[in-house]
Design a protein. Structure first.
Lengths: 220, 798
C-alpha cells in the first residue's frame, strides 16, 4: 500500500476558465468536476517485459494508486485524458487497469487519441472510455494530443511532449524538473506516468513553466 | 624462418620450447621484436612435430583487441605458413567480414582464426557452435595488457573458459607489453590448474623524450587542452623526420589540430592525414596503407593508432597534451623507430603550463622504469547476464555446468551461487525475486533441462547488442552524392540545423538532411565550422603518474639543472607561491576563493581524476553535515573544486576533522548514495545487460516503443527494485571496494601525516584556474528540492 501523496495546487486563469494545476501531474477543472491529464502509457512496463527487458510492474500500480487518490481528493466525476493512455499492444498491464476501472464505475473517461493509442473502439468500450479521434471542445477549451496549429478561438490543452524545465542557479547549479508549460493561448501537460522521460527542448515561445516537486509547485 | 637468416630472439626460442612442453603462459616483449611469431610459430612447430595429434578445423584462435590489426597479422601469418609449405588456412573474422565469408567459415572453419572478443561471443550465439571449438589447441591473446583493464578483458576471460570447457587440453598464451602487474595479468588470463610460465624479452626499447617549450612562459595559457600556440614549433619537426605521428587525446582535438597545422603550413596539404575512430573504415585503411608506404609526412591521430602493425617509416612521435599515463606514453613513443635496435623519439607538447610538470614527471617515471598496473574488472554481473543470454540464444545451457566453468574465471571467482541464481532469475523472470513478471519470457527453461531463448525477435535484438563497448547514439555521415565520411554522435547533430557547417575527417561539411540515422552532407565553403565533440575519451591520470607529479611539484621551486621544464615554469610557480602556496611533499593545499559565481573551495590531492571524484563527493558530504548545502563539483587530475551559492563552513578549526581518515569508508558509501555517480555508471551496465537497446548507426530506428534512458531505468529500479544486482554493480563501480579503497585510504593516510594549508586567495591561482575552466562537473546536494528552487528564485530577483 502506498502512502498518501501530498497534493499542492496553484490556480491559473485560461481565458475564462479557472484551472487548478497540481504537483501530481494533473489539472483539476472545478467547473466540470474533471481531472485533466496526459500520457499514462499504460502497458509500457509489460511491453518492455515482453521484449525481454524486465521493468518492475509496480510502476503502473503506483501510477494508478496516485490517480485513485487524486480522484478521491477532488471528488472528480470525469477524467479528460489528452492522449497516450495506452502504450502499445494489449497486455497484462491492461488487465490491471481493468480491475482498477471497476472501482470507479460512475467515473466517466474521455480520451483524445494519441499516437500510441491504436486499439479498436471495442476495446475502449470495454473500459467505458469515450474516444475522440482528433479533439474535444468544452466551453472555451480545446483538448488535443499534440499541439500543432494555434487556434484563435480556443485555449488549447495538449500533452505528448513530456515537458520539463532546466533551472539554473548561482554556483553553476542546475535542476531538471517536469512542468506545465503555459502561454496565453495554450497549455502543455506533463506526462502522468512516472516511467517517462523529460523533454527540456522545444518549449513554446513566451511560455511560463510551472514545475513541481513532491511538496511544492513553482512558477519559473 | 631460420633458413632466411633470421636469428630468433632468445624469448622466441624459449616460447617455442615451453609450448612444446605443454605450458600455457605469457610473453612480455616490446613492440617490434616479433612477439607475434613467438606464439604463432610455437603452434606451427608443435603441429609439424605431431601432425597426427591435430584434427581438421580450428586449431589456433588469435584474439586481438583491434580489428585493424587482424588483417595485417593474417597476411604475415599466411606468408610464414606458405614459406614453410604448410596447407593451413589463416583467416580473419570480425565485424568487417563479409557475410558470404562468414557462411563459408561456418561450414568449414580455417585452421587459424584471427578475431576479437566480441566476435567470439557472437559465435557462441549461433546454433551448434560447440563443434567449431572441439579441436582448438591454443588460444592466443594479443595485446593482453590493453584488454585487461577493460570490460573487454572479462569478455575474453569468459570466451577462454567456455572454449576450455569444450576443449580441455587447450593451451592459453597471452602477449603483453610491460605493465606494473604482470604476474596478476597472467593469473587473470590463466586461472586454471595448468603449467604456466612467464617469458620476458631481455631486449629493451630506448626512448628519447624532449619537451617542446614556447619562447616565453606567458605564451602558454594556464589552462586549456589545445595548445595552438605551439604549432610553429611542430612544423620544423615534421620536416626533419620522415613520418611523424601526432597523438592527441580526443577526436575533437585531432580535428582541430589537423586544421591548425594546415593553416600554419599549407604546403603540407596532401602530405598530412587525420585518423580517428569516427572516420570511415575505408579511409582509415587507406591512411594506414599510405603510412606504411611512406606517402605521408604526418598523421594527426588519437588512440586509434596506439596499437597496430609496425609502420616502418614512422621515426618520430609528437604527443599533444598529457598522455595521462606512463604505459600509454611509452606505448605511443614506441610507435616510432620501430625496428628492434632503433631509438624511439617522442616530443611532448604541453597544452597548458602545468602540463610541463607532468612531462617532467613522465620523464622521471620512464627513467625509473615505473609502469602502472592495469586493474582487472571483477563481478561484472552485466557481462554475466549478457553471456548467459548469449548461450541461451546459441545452444542453450545447463545451469550447473555453466556455473562450474564461470566460477573458474578470475572475474567471477567470488561469485556466489545466490548471485548466479539471481542472474538466472533475472533472465527468466525479470529480476524481482518476490514477484515474477507475467509477460517476461526472455529465456525459458525447457523440459530437457536446458535454458533457451525461444523468441526470434529477442534473439535478434540480443545478437545486435553483444559486446561491452557502449557508445552514444551514433549517426553515419555520408555525402549526398554517395560516399561515407565517418560518424558523429546524435547529441552533437541535434544542436545543429540544416545548412550549418561542421568539420569531420578534416573536411568542412554542410548538413543537408538527416534520414534513417544518417546525416547527408555536402562540402561547404564556409569559413566557420563547428568541430564535433565526442563524449568519453577523457582519461584520468593513473596513480603511477600522480606519484611522480607530487614529487616534481614539491621541488618545483628548486629544480635541478637538468629539468628544463621546471626551470622554464619558474615564473609561474613563483606566482602560485606568492598568491597562495606550492605544496611541498609533506603539505596539503586547500584554497578558498569567493567570486561572483559563488564560494569556491579548491583542494589539491594530485591523485588523478578517479580518486578526486570520490574524494570530492566525500568532502562535500562531510561539509554538508555541518550545514545543508548544494555543491557543484568539478575535478581534474590535479585536484577538485566544490562550488556553492552559499558560504562553505570550512575553517582552520574543523579542516582536520573534515579531511580525517576516520570513518572513511562509511562516509564514502553515504556520499556515493547521495551523488549522481552511480547513475552514470549504470548507463553502460544497462546497455551491456540488455536493458537499453542500442540503435545501430545507419539503421532505421525500429524499437521506438522500447526506448528509454538508462537514467530513467536507474530511477525506476532504485524506487521499485533496490535489491537488483545490476544496481549494486553500479554502486560498486563508482567505488571499487577492493581496489580503490586501498588508494583512497593511502591518500587520506598521506593527508593525515601532512600539514594542511588553508589559503584564502582573492583571485584564481595558477593551480585553480584549470579547474575553473576545464573540468568535468557533477552535483551533490542534501538540501530539500523545494527549498533550493525557492532560493534560486530569490537570487534571480536580486
Amino acid at each position: 500500500m502506498m502512502q498518501n501523496i501530498s497534493i499542492i495546487s496553484k490556480t491559473i486563469w485560461c481565458n475564462d476558465e479557472v484551472l487548478e494545476l497540481t504537483n501530481q501531474r494533473v489539472i483539476y477543472w472545478k467547473a466540470k468536476k474533471s481531472l485533466i491529464l496526459s500520457d499514462l502509457h499504460i502497458g509500457k512496463s509489460a511491453h518492455f517485459q515482453k521484449s525481454g527487458i524486465p521493468i518492475p510492474t509496480n510502476v503502473l500500480t503506483r501510477d494508478l494508486e496516485r490517480l485513485k487518490q487524486l480522484i478521491l481528493h477532488f471528488k472528480a466525476e470525469n477524467l479528460i485524458i489528452v492522449g497516450d493512455l495506452f502504450h502499445a499492444e494489449y497486455n497484462s498491464d491492461l488487465d490491471e487497469f481493468k480491475t482498477w476501472r471497476i472501482q470507479f464505475s460512475n467515473l466517466s473517461i474521455q480520451l483524445i487519441k494519441g499516437n500510441h493509442d491504436r486499439f479498436s473502439n471495442s476495446i475502449y468500450e470495454q473500459f467505458q472510455i469515450e474516444v475522440f479521434k482528433k479533439d474535444l471542445v468544452l466551453n472555451c477549451l480545446k483538448f488535443v494530443h499534440d499541439f500543432v496549429t494555434p487556434s484563435t478561438d480556443y485555449f488549447t490543452i495538449s500533452g505528448h511532449t513530456h515537458p520539463g524545465v532546466f533551472i539554473k542557479g548561482k554556483g553553476k547549479q542546475h535542476i531538471k524538473l517536469p512542468c506545465f508549460q503555459v502561454t496565453n493561448t495554450q497549455l502543455i501537460l506533463p506526462a502522468f506516468s512516472l516511467f517517462t522521460g523529460l523533454n527540456t527542448r522545444n518549449a513554446p515561445k513566451n511560455c511560463k513553466n510551472y514545475c513541481f516537486t513532491n511538496d511544492g509547485i513553482f512558477e519559473i | 624462418m631460420q633458413e632466411k637468416g633470421h636469428e630468433p630472439f632468445s624469448f622466441q626460442s624459449q616460447t617455442w620450447e615451453r609450448y612444446q612442453n605443454n605450458f600455457s603462459g605469457m610473453v612480455v616483449a616490446p613492440t617490434g621484436f616479433g612477439k607475434t611469431f613467438s606464439v604463432f610459430l610455437a603452434v606451427v612447430i608443435d603441429y609439424l612435430n605431431h601432425p597426427d595429434k591435430y584434427k581438421k578445423g580450428l586449431k589456433l584462435i588469435w584474439i586481438s583487441p583491434l580489428r585493424s590489426l587482424a588483417k595485417d597479422l593474417a597476411k604475415a601469418m599466411n606468408d610464414a605458413v606458405e614459406e614453410i609449405g604448410l596447407d593451413w588456412a589463416v583467416e580473419v573474422r570480425n565485424g568487417d567480414t563479409a557475410t558470404k565469408d562468414r557462411r563459408r567459415q561456418e561450414r568449414l572453419m580455417p585452421d587459424v582464426l584471427l578475431t576479437t572478443p566480441e566476435t567470439l561471443h557472437l559465435l557462441f550465439s549461433q546454433k551448434k557452435n560447440a563443434r567449431w571449438f572441439k579441436n582448438v589447441t591454443c588460444i592466443a591473446v594479443d595485446e593482453w595488457h590493453e584488454l585487461l583493464g577493460s570490460k573487454r578483458g572479462v569478455l575474453t576471460e569468459i570466451a577462454i573458459s567456455r572454449i576450455r570447457n569444450l576443449s580441455p587440453k587447450l593451451r592459453i598464451w597471452g602477449i603483453s607489453a610491460t605493465i606494473g602487474n604482470l604476474e596478476e595479468a597472467k593469473e587473470v588470463l590463466i586461472p586454471y590448474d595448468v603449467k604456466t610460465t612467464m617469458i620476458r624479452a631481455k631486449e629493451k626499447k630506448k626512448i628519447k623524450i624532449t619537451s617542446l617549450l614556447p619562447d616565453q612562459v606567458e605564451e602558454l595559457s594556464w589552462a586549456g587542452h589545445l595548445g595552438k600556440q605551439m604549432s610553429s614549433k611542430i612544423i620544423p619537426i615534421i620536416y626533419e623526420n620522415t613520418t611523424t605521428l601526432i597523438f592527441t587525446n580526443t577526436r575533437n582535438q585531432s580535428e582541430l589540430w589537423y586544421q591548425i597545422i594546415i593553416d600554419e603550413e599549407p604546403d603540407l596539404i596532401g602530405q598530412i592525414a587525420i585518423h580517428h575512430g569516427s572516420i570511415d573504415k575505408v579511409q582509415r585503411n587507406w591512411i594506414e596503407e599510405a603510412i606504411s608506404q611512406g606517402l605521408l609526412k604526418a598523421v594527426v591521430c588519437t588512440s586509434s593508432l596506439d596499437l597496430g602493425v609496425d609502420f616502418k617509416p614512422v621515426d618520430c612521435v609528437i604527443q599533444i597534451g598529457s598522455a595521462k599515463g606512463i604505459a600509454r606514453f611509452m606505448q605511443r613513443a614506441g610507435r616510432s623507430g620501430h625496428s628492434p635496435f632503433e631509438t624511439s623519439k617522442m616530443y611532448a607538447v604541453p597544452t597548458h603550463s602545468l602540463q610541463l610538470i607532468e612531462v617532467a614527471a613522465v620523464k622521471e617515471a620512464v627513467k625509473q622504469h615505473e609502469i602502472e598496473a592495469r586493474q582487472p574488472y571483477v563481478l561484472t554481473y552485466d557481462i554475466l547476464v549478457q553471456f548467459l543470454v548469449t548461450l541461451a540464444v546459441g545452444e542453450g545451457f545447463k545451469p550447473e555446468e555453466t556455473y562450474a566453468f564461470i566460477k573458474q574465471i578470475h572475474a567471477f571467482h567470488y561469485l556466489t551461487k545466490e548471485e548466479f541464481d539471481w542472474c538466472i532469475h533475472f533472465i527468466t523472470q525479470g529480476g524481482n525475486t518476490l514477484k515474477s513478471y507475467e509477460e517476461f519470457h526472455k529465456v525459458v527453461l525447457e523440459e530437457d533441462g536446458f535454458y533457451r531463448v525461444k523468441s526470434r525477435r529477442i534473439a535478434m535484438n540480443h545478437r545486435m547488442n553483444i559486446g561491452v563497448i557502449v557508445s552514444e547514439v551514433i549517426l553515419f555521415v555520408k555525402f549526398f552524392s554517395g560516399g561515407y565520411i565517418g560518424m558523429v554522435e546524435e547529441y552533437f547533430i541535434s544542436k545543429l540545423n540544416k545548412g550549418d557547417a561542421f568539420v569531420l575527417g578534416g573536411k568542412v561539411l554542410e548538413i543537408q538532411q538527416i534520414k534513417d540515422m544518417t546525416v547527408l552532407v555536402k562540402r561547404s565553403k564556409k569559413k566557420k565550422a563547428i568541430t564535433p565533440s565526442w563524449m568519453g575519451g577523457r582519461l584520468p591520470l593513473t596513480s603511477g603518474l600522480t606519484h611522480f607529479l607530487r614529487l616534481k611539484l614539491s621541488d618545483a621551486l628548486t629544480p635541478n639543472n637538468r629539468e628544463r621544464e621546471l626551470k622554464f615554469l619558474y615564473p609561474l610557480l613563483k606566482r602560485q607561491e606568492t598568491n597562495s602556496h606550492i605544496p611541498r611533499h609533506d603539505e596539503f593545499l586547500i584554497e578558498m576563493i569567493e567570486t561572483k559565481e559563488g564560494f569556491h573551495l579548491f583542494v589539491y590531492p594530485f591523485e588523478g581524476r578517479l580518486v578526486h571524484e570520490i574524494m570530492a563527493s566525500l568532502i562535500a558530504y562531510r561539509i554538508s553535515q555541518i550545514k545543508k548545502l548544494t555543491f557543484t563539483i568539478a575535478m581534474n587530475d590535479y585536484g577538485f573544486e566544490l562550488l556553492s551559492d552559499q558560504e562553505i563552513p570550512l575553517t582552520e578549526e574543523n579542516m582536520n576533522a573534515i579531511f580525517s581518515k576516520e570513518n572513511l569508508i562509511k562516509d564514502v558509501t553515504a556520499s556515493i548514495n547521495a551523488s549522481e555517480m552511480a547513475s552514470r555508471k549504470f548507463r553502460d551496465i544497462a546497455v551491456v545487460a540488455g536493458l537499453v537497446i542500442q540503435t545501430q548507426p545507419g539503421k532505421r530506428k525500429t524499437n521506438k516503443s522500447l526506448q528509454s534512458s538508462s537514467g530513467l531505468l536507474f530511477r525506476v529500479l532504485n524506487d521499485y527494485e533496490p535489491s537488483n544486482l545490476l544496481l549494486k554493480q553500479a554502486y560498486n563501480e563508482v567505488f571499487d571496494y577492493e581496489l580503490e579503497k586501498v588508494r583512497l585510504q593511502a591518500a587520506f593516510q598521506r593527508i593525515s601525516k601532512s600539514k594542511i594549508i588553508l589559503k584564502k586567495a582573492s583571485n584564481f591561482t595558477p593551480l585553480s584556474f584549470p579547474l575553473k575552466v576545464d573540468s568535468l562537473r557533477g552535483t551533490m546536494s542534501n538540501e530539500d528540492l523545494s527549498k533550493r528552487i525557492e532560493r534560486i528564485q530569490k537570487q534571480a530577483l536580486k
